[in-house]
Design a protein around this ligand. Structure first.
Ligand code: ZN
Length: 253
């Protein structure tokens, strides 16, 4: 029975991956989220239902539009697969406890942000506000009031900390060091993780972003790295590896 539920949740994850990936394209391009229905971003022709099946359509159409044969960005396929895997993993690990909701909300933010930040260097305020709202509802259901206050304080501290880093970085390098979207996103991650875990997640985010930038050094001529997706991946790592990380943190404190 558990296996069947996990597969169903994975399928919902792939559908969400397809929908949210599309939002990651529409929001920065100022296209309404509800209208028109899915279309090819090159020839603008509306897609038939069978061209809209997450993961499978991309494979059967060989990653190309059926009408104009232009390549569909692999990023849309990646986020659908990511939705499938992470939704399933979240349920497999947590069933329906608080961590399922936190990690699934972050998975959704990750999917939109991968598309919007990698393609357009854009992190949507709307997505951050909706995710913060969903997190707070989750906390009201699962956590005592004092814990909710602690998470809210953590969000404010992380926001101010990132602001400080930005001001420092801008002065040191005399260029825009950190996007405003990254700062607001970190406030949402502060809300998700609490204070100490947020700083641990920042460490992972910086490490993975560094490895990524070294790998893509030759290709990436502008030397701009969208930091948003890495921040969220760092947060998910902290959640997934909390059974290992938490005892270490407790020993150190
Ligand atoms: Zn087309």
């Amino acid at each position: 029975m558990e296996a069947i539920i996990t597969i169903w949740i994975s399928i919902i994850g792939a559908i969400m991956g397809s929908f949210l990936g599309c939002m990651g394209y529409r929001i920065p391009n100022k296209i309404k989220t509800t209208y028109p229905s899915s279309f090819c971003s090159y020839c603008k022709k509306p897609l038939k239902w069978y061209m809209n099946i997450p993961i499978l359509s991309y494979i059967f159409l060989h990653g190309k539009c059926k009408y104009c044969h232009k390549k569909i960005g692999i990023i849309y396929f990646i986020v659908e697969v990511l939705g499938f895997i992470l939704f399933g993993l979240n349920y497999y690990l947590y069933k329906f406890n608080i961590n399922f909701f936190i990690s699934t909300i972050l998975t959704c933010v990750l999917i939109v942000t991968i598309v919007s930040d990698f393609e357009y260097y854009y992190i949507s305020d709307r997505v951050l506000i909706i995710s913060a709202f969903c997190l707070i509802i989750t906390y009201i259901v699962f956590l005592p009031k004092t814990d909710i206050y602690m998470r809210l304080i953590s969000a404010v501290v992380l926001f101010l900390f990132m602001m400080g880093i930005k001001i420092l970085g801008n002065n040191m390098f005399e260029t825009e060091s950190l996007g405003d979207g990254d700062i607001k996103l970190m406030a949402v991650l502060g809300l998700s993780l609490g204070l100490i875990n947020s700083f641990i997640s920042l460490f992972f985010a910086a490490l993975i972003a560094l490895i990524f930038s070294l790998i893509t050094l030759k290709k990436n001529k502008e030397h701009i790295i969208p930091f948003g997706p890495f921040l969220i991946i760092g947060a998910l790592i902290v959640i997934y590896f909390s059974p290992i990380i938490n005892p270490v943190v407790e020993k150190l404190l």
